[in-house]
Write a new protein. Structure first.
Length: 526
């Protein structure tokens, strides 16, 4: 089913998806294999969005010496026809791609999917429900209110198993019963509120005929089909981002091979929809072709996030600071505002202690003129806390600065010493309370305002620093369990969004946009 993978990555600059695949090959993940799939539902004709997916799925496989399957996710006989299947295959070939002998259908796996469903029922992780569609919709709740458990949710597994088998035997009418996963009716992700796995459809299937009268839902069949086929990289568009936790839950609950699913786009970066609408409104509509500076889009993003994003402190490249006149073992909480633009945002308490982390860039041993951050003998204010004075820097054998020894003014908490003014204010986190995090710094994709200008290859203008992964960052403890999708401003750093790769205690953040336009810096660097 799988072809031999290549041993080298493409020579051309990589986008973030290809960077992930290249890194997996470098580390030997999946045994060095690259196996993708294009999984359309045969319920209509392909459109331009499908074309982009086809080029990505087949293109990545080709570039990395791998393989790409064509799988028709034919789980709904009511809407699917052979005509659509034939047209999909014709369009893929027209685009210049072929799946060789790797043509599959979700219907190939109906029996295996059914057996896995029985496995979840026996494990108490699925149940037969008898709510009507309208009742189920009412029980599901809303985006702001949790759902309610079905009265059939806790029926014995043996009873659900018997009913499910009778569903398969055709004893019940369409819509009379469904099989649902037992996950979490209070989840903030509505896809996890006991999703339907099977429904009754007494409609002949275009491939299996009258063999089945129950059919798996797309979300139930999709991930398991990837697993059966040995897919290594499940490339998905953004509309499936909120479905990924369900994809993962099914695979984990079954204990089977887990492909890597990757989504891309603005939403994962944390761009709010309000910013997109604001941008569209600003640029207007015209009949002529036009070019708009990406800085205008970034401006719209900042305008929206400035008003809605809570402020938090994060140190991306930590430098240890020891406050020598602050008592060992002492900890106090200082008050920090959540958003100065929102009078209703309130404040939070963050811990302050003898040992802190500050940004490496906020200290210079021999500073230039007008450097208002920390240097030997100089003072700065710690955001929301005290005035800090650097007494000396500690070096290792190679001369690298390993920590700073400082003193603080105990009478200067949060600006209480009005007579003493300092020009610089820097952010910090308490070393004993900070949470380790990964931070992904996205920047401009191109180094030129007009990629490919003058007839050159636009790929020559790709920015090699468009993504930097920073590991070992330190963030304040309130961010330890921030849910995926949460947005915040790292003070003095930019706006960030919690990535779906985050886990409790090990958050991952994507930079949505910098605090200021970084275009001049990029041009100077290149």
């Amino acid at each position: 089913m799988d072809s031999d993978a290549g041993t080298s990555a493409p020579v051309a600059p990589l986008d973030f998806v290809r960077e992930i695949v290249a890194e997996d090959m470098r580390t030997g993940k999946h045994g060095g294999r690259v196996h993708t799939r294009f999984p359309p539902e045969p319920n209509g004709y392909l459109h331009i969005g499908h074309a982009k997916a086809i080029c990505l799925d087949f293109g990545v496989a080709t570039e990395f010496g791998g393989a790409c399957n064509l799988r028709l996710d034919d789980t709904n006989p009511v809407k699917e026809t052979q005509e659509y299947v034939d047209q999909i295959m014709e369009d893929i070939r027209w685009l210049g791609f072929d799946w060789d002998d790797r043509l599959y259908h979700a219907s190939d796996y109906f029996e295996q999917l059914y057996q896995w469903a029985e496995q979840l029922i026996r494990a108490g992780k699925a149940y037969v429900d008898e709510l009507t569609a309208d009742e189920m919709r009412d029980y599901r709740g809303t985006l702001t209110e949790p759902g309610r458990e079905s009265p059939y949710r806790n029926r014995p597994s043996e009873e659900s198993l018997d009913l499910f088998r009778r569903m398969r035997a055709g004893e019940f009418d369409d819509g009379a019963k469904t099989l649902r996963a037992k996950i979490d009716m209070a989840s903030g992700n509505v896809n996890l509120r006991d999703p339907v796995m099977y429904r009754i459809r007494k409609t002949p299937h275009q491939r299996t005929g009258d063999t089945w009268c129950i059919y798996p839902m797309y979300d139930w069949a999709h991930g398991q089909s990837d697993s059966i086929e040995g897919v290594t990289h499940s490339l998905c568009t953004l509309e499936y981002e909120d479905h990924r936790p369900l994809y993962d839950w099914y695979l984990d609950a079954l204990g089977i091979y887990h492909p890597r699913q990757i989504e891309s786009g603005l939403r994962r970066r944390g761009v709010p929809p309000e910013a997109v609408r604001d941008f569209v409104k600003r640029i207007g509509v015209a009949k002529a072709n036009s070019v708009v500076d990406v800085a205008m889009f970034d401006f719209s993003v900042r305008e929206v996030l400035n008003k809605m994003a809570w402020r938090r402190m994060a140190v991306l490249r930590p430098l240890k600071v020891v406050i020598e006149n602050y008592a060992e073992g002492r900890t106090e909480d200082v008050e920090a505002i959540n958003n100065p633009e929102d009078p209703n945002a309130g404040s939070r308490r963050i811990p302050f202690s003898r040992v802190l982390y500050i940004e490496q860039d906020d200290f210079m041993e021999t500073p230039p003129k007008k450097f208002f951050r920390l240097s030997p003998g100089n003072e700065v204010r710690l955001r929301y806390a005290y005035i800090l004075k650097c007494e000396r820097a500690v070096h290792d054998a190679s001369g690298t600065i390993t920590e700073l020894r400082c003193t603080y003014d105990p009478e200067s908490l949060n600006g209480s010493t009005a007579s003493r003014r300092v020009k610089g204010t820097i952010h910090w986190v308490s070393a004993d309370h900070a949470v380790d995090a990964e931070v992904r710094l996205y920047d401009r994709l191109f180094t030129s305002e007009d990629p490919g200008e003058g007839g050159r290859d636009p790929l020559e203008d790709l920015n090699p620093d468009s993504l930097e992964r920073v590991t070992g960052a330190k963030v304040e403890p309130s961010l330890a369990s921030a849910p995926a999708g949460d947005r915040c401003q790292f003070e003095r750093q930019g706006y960030f969004c919690v990535d779906p790769d985050s886990r409790a205690g090990t958050p991952v953040f994507n930079r949505t946009v910098t605090l200021k336009d970084s275009w001049a810096k990029i041009q100077k660097r290149t």
